[in-house]
Design a protein around this ligand. Structure first.
Ligand SMILES: Cc1cc2nc3c(=O)[nH]c(=O)nc-3n(C[C@H](O)[C@H](O)[C@H](O)COP(=O)(O)O)c2cc1C
Length: 151
């Protein structure tokens, strides 16, 4: 598969999840590119068709997307319209201390916005330990499956 991973990260947590997702895609033999949404090439890259566009974001105030992710999404739509919903899968980091109703809210908003049929991966802050590693690997394997086929 041809996979693009794009992420928004303020302090590095989501970047680390994106790196692990990307590394797992590579380990499975897929062709993968990893870009920060603020990279000057990110919008042009995302505007190209991919088998999967894996988008990750940290969550800002009260479950919202950060400004850099909103800019990226707007620029992507302006340039290329909407990618097919089934090709888009979303991951995010957040903190439960902001309130469970807002936990990883940006990722859930993105999934609704793109109509992604895939599960949303939620990681609390910096991924650490085997549980997070397994969650990242399981999620990556599941979103790379054709829809309807269990990982
Ligand atoms: C101003 C601010 C508001 C935040 N609001 C939320 C929130 O509503 N929900 C949430 O889950 N996390 C919230 N967080 C926590 C971050 O999303 C979390 O620390 C995330 O892992 C940061 O990712 P990054 O290191 O990739 O920037 C907030 C953080 C900041 C700085």
């Amino acid at each position: 598969m041809d996979i693009l991973v794009c992420y928004a990260s303020l302090s590095g947590n989501t970047r680390e999840v994106a790196r692990q997702v990307s590394a797992h895609c590579s380990a499975r033999g897929h062709r993968v590119r990893l870009l920060d949404v603020e990279d000057t090439q990110a919008v042009a890259a995302a505007a190209q068709p991919h088998d999967r566009l894996l988008l990750g974001s940290w969550t800002d105030n009260a479950g919202r997307n950060p400004a850099e992710m909103k800019r990226f999404v707007a620029a992507l739509h302006e340039r290329a319209g909407r990618p097919p919903a089934e090709t888009v899968a979303i991951f995010g980091t957040g903190e439960t201390q902001w309130g469970l109703e807002y936990y990883c809210g940006a990722a859930h908003r993105l999934a609704r916005h793109f109509g992604s049929p895939h599960p949303v991966l939620e990681i609390e802050q910096m991924p650490h330990g085997m549980a997070d590693t397994h969650a990242i690997h399981r999620w990556t394997d599941s979103v790379l499956q054709p829809l309807g086929v269990p990982a």
